[in-house]
Write a protein that binds this ligand. Structure first.
Ligand code: BGC
Length: 748
């Protein structure tokens, strides 16, 4: 196992941010280390560098038949596995495959790797199963993680992750490039929906639950996979808002916010990490030894292996311009701590690295370290004993119970932003006009990483699932629904037809939002909702019919100019394959919405700060004036908070503070409430945020039912990253706020 010199400062940081990762070494661990050493001793330089090389499926894939069945090219496969001894292959070759096709593909690869190579080292196949096993046809496809964060239900995240792990493994693959742990603090960024939102605490709790769901206590179990936290670190807040452009994050803020979810996942034992494609403060992270070794390994105690992102070692010399030649880029990344290169199209990395070791520019000790880390994960996964997929798992693939869990997740994500005069829920006796570009597409509900990378191939979606339109037709009968698309995202079709149809119905449901996108193709120049959609609402508003706006979108598009036109607004995010039904369930009262915004919803394109902003960002003439605040979300019932108590008014920094509050369902319907506790440090030597979320829990209450919720806070919660970039707790006044109630206390 690697040993790193952990400084006193680093140890203190680790204890604060992650809790010490367990360093207990069991007899089984020792056995495994012996096996790794033995294998390493037998390996040639080429075999070692091969293990560090990852290529994409296209490199070994042949033809796809019309029904999407992919047949590997035996010759290309031999070139990868036998001639270049690659350690890993990834991706789906353009589109999702059937379980049977995956089983055949993985079996063929493993047979070649284990039987036709000198040492028989199995391949570790990696896939982006971001919201379910989205590259396997017919899988359970969950809401995207921004929506999972909105549920406020950590248990649901764990269940999502368990089902995903099972379905990925049932497809023969043992490694999942998920979860994304960047903080979605710049709504322009096209990967906002892959995050758990803007808050470091929610993201940390959900990161741990997700990793536990993927890996369980032991990744050799047949239904578990190795998770991959990504993209370490600071990828999510490009200053320009465009994907893969520079971020500028001071070390204090890196530690205060961005490191926390990664620390939580590392503490949960995550097996692998993928590196931020871009740069922080001018240093591309693929070349940053401080972040990849000192912080990741030394402070967070991460013990798995580090994989580059797509072509990002090459990007060091083609895009980031910190290396003049490819060879220099390879050396830079490997010496900075990258263990495996997602090359992904050729063997250039392999060739350069072999040569770099031969010429003594990269020491063999560094190669041994990287290969040992890769082999360890392969051993931990049990791939040496069981390289082949477990065919029995197919019976547990996409079961009805999984579908139910998915539907529950989609329902719990629904976030009711506005509901004037109780417009919602709608009666099932209503005549409805359904309009807008998001009304009748499954792809719109799912977003990127669904069946294809961009998620936009509607023809490949499972036709038995319901779009919003179809789900509404199921509620009120098709004859009571008029459907006029009226506009596309970027052009008007026939707004006047929609306006005249409005006269024949009781209510208008406008399905608005964003087209489907993923990564850089989702870059935008303006956060405003597209002009044709705005005009559609403005024209419909001239009729006297009530308007319900439903948003399916990956990031909060600015809608300030039409908010007043709607009686009700439902934020559905990207709710997944059961999203159509979940939306209709909420619209017609078969489910009570309970989601809360995991980000601050901006009112203006040019003025956005998160909920944990500084006081100066809300001091005249500046005004913190979002469209809706982080944590906003209405219900069809009402909750009353009362009797907020703390067990002490004066504590020392090492004390535990116990906070209790009573929450009562004062309405007529069963409902769920996410109880969120915020803490404010009133005066500090580093300007404090106005408040930070420290705890949350979701409770389910029948009408009239009351529950006492208890939270405990301690040193970690009172601490912030001080002027020396180390966590400190400073004496003084603190304030707790919870459900509109507050309590003050002093730390002495
Ligand atoms: C993305 C990663 C992903 C990788 C492999 C990259 O473009 O940034 O998140 O895991 O591709 O598909």
């Amino acid at each position: 196992m690697r040993t790193y010199a952990i400084t006193v400062m680093a140890t203190a940081m680790l204890a604060w941010s992650a809790g010490c990762a367990s360093v207990e070494t069991t007899a089984a661990d020792k056995q495994m280390e012996k096996k790794i050493d033995k294998l390493l001793a037998k390996m040639t330089l080429e075999e070692k560098v091969g293990q560090m090389t990852q290529v994409t499926l296209e490199v070994v894939g042949g033809e796809s038949s019309e029904d999407g069945w992919l047949k590997l090219d035996e010759k290309k496969l031999q070139d990868a596995i036998i001639a270049h001894q690659v350690g890993s292959i990834l991706n789906c070759g353009g589109q999702a495959r059937s379980v049977d096709n995956w089983l055949q593909i993985i079996t063929q690869m493993q047979a070649m790797a284990t039987k036709q190579t000198r040492l028989g080292i199995p391949i570790i196949y990696g896939i982006d199963a971001i919201h379910g096993a989205n590259y396997t046809l017919g899988a359970t496809i969950f809401p995207q993680h921004i929506a999972m964060a909105a549920t406020g239900n950590v248990e649901l995240v764990r269940i999502e992750s368990e089902i995903t792990a099972l379905e990925v493994r049932a497809s023969g693959m043992p490694w999942n490039f998920s979860p994304v742990l960047g903080l979605g603090r710049n709504p322009m960024w096209p990967r906002q929906w892959e995050t758990f939102g803007e808050d470091a605490y929610i993201s940390s709790v959900m990161a741990a639950a997700y990793v536990e769901g993927q890996q369980g206590s032991d990744i050799s179990q047949p239904t578990k996979v190795a998770a991959c936290m990504k993209h370490y670190l600071g990828y999510s807040v490009p200053l320009s808002g465009k994907d893969r452009t520079p971020a500028y994050i001071p070390e204090r803020q890196l530690r205060q916010l961005f490191l926390k979810p990664f620390a939580a996942a590392a503490k949960a034992g995550v097996a692998t990490v993928m590196v931020n494609s871009s740069e922080i403060n001018g240093i591309p992270v693929h070349s940053d030894r401080f972040l990849l070794i000192d912080v990741l390994r030394g402070e967070l105690g991460f013990e798995g292996f580090v994989v580059s992102d797509w072509a990002d070692i090459n990007n060091l010399y083609t895009r980031e311009m910190v290396a003049r030649y490819q060879r220099q880029a390879v050396k830079m990344a490997v010496m900075a701590g990258v263990d495996m290169s997602m090359v992904p199209y050729d063997y250039s990395f392999y060739e350069h690295l072999v040569d770099l070791v031969k010429t003594g520019e990269v020491p063999m000790s560094r190669i041994d370290e990287a290969v040992a880390d890769i082999l360890r994960v392969k051993f931990q996964l049990g791939l040496f004993e069981k390289p082949y997929p477990d065919k029995q798992l197919k019976e547990q693939f996409a079961t009805d119970a999984s579908r139910q869990a998915n539907l529950q997740a989609a329902r719990e994500a629904m976030t009711l932003l506005k509901n004037e005069s109780g417009l919602l829920p709608l009666g099932k006796d209503k005549k409805v006009l359904v309009t807008g570009p998001c009304s009748n597409k499954l792809s719109i509900l799912n977003g990127g990483w669904t069946i294809t990378w961009q998620g936009d191939n509607e023809a490949l979606y499972p036709q038995e699932k319901s779009t919003i339109l179809e789900a509404i037709q199921d509620k009120v009968g098709a004859s009571n629904v008029e459907y006029i698309e009226a506009v596309k995202f970027d052009k008007e079709l026939d707004i006047s037809r929609a306006v005249s149809a409005a006269s024949r119905v009781d209510v208008i449901v406008a399905c608005l939002g964003e087209p489907t996108y993923c990564e850089t193709p989702g870059n935008i120049d303006d956060l405003m909702l597209s002009a044709p959609q705005i005009r559609l609402v403005q024209e419909l508003a001239k009729t006297d019919k009530p308007i319900v706006m439903v948003f399916t979108q990956g990031r909060p598009r600015v809608i300030r100019t039409i908010v007043d036109n709607a009686g009700a607004i439902l934020m559905a995010y990207l709710p997944g394959m059961e999203g159509g039904q979940a939306i209709a369930d909420v619209l017609f009262g078969d489910a009570n919405p309970s989601g809360k915004l995991p980000f601050t919803y901006p009112k203006y394109s040019g003025w956005h700060v998160c909920y944990d902003h500084k006081k100066s960002e809300n001091a005249a003439p500046n005004k913190f004036d979002p469209q809706w605040e982080f944590g906003h979300g209405l219900s069809y019932t009402t909750f009353k908070y009362g009797d907020l108590r703390i067990d002490k008014n004066n504590i020392s920094a090492d004390d535990t503070l116990i906070v209790t509050v009573n929450v009562t369902n004062t309405g007529q319907r069963e409902g769920a409430e996410i109880v969120q506790l915020f803490l404010s440090d009133i005066v500090a030597t580093v300007t404090p945020p106005v408040k930070s979320l420290k705890r949350f829990t979701k409770i389910f209450l029948k009408p009239g039912e009351k529950q006492t919720v208890k939270f405990e806070l301690s040193w970690d919660d009172f601490a912030f990253i001080g002027r020396q970039n180390k966590p400190v707790v400073e004496p003084g006044e603190f304030k707790i706020s919870l459900g509109g109630l507050t309590k003050a206390f002093e730390i002495q």
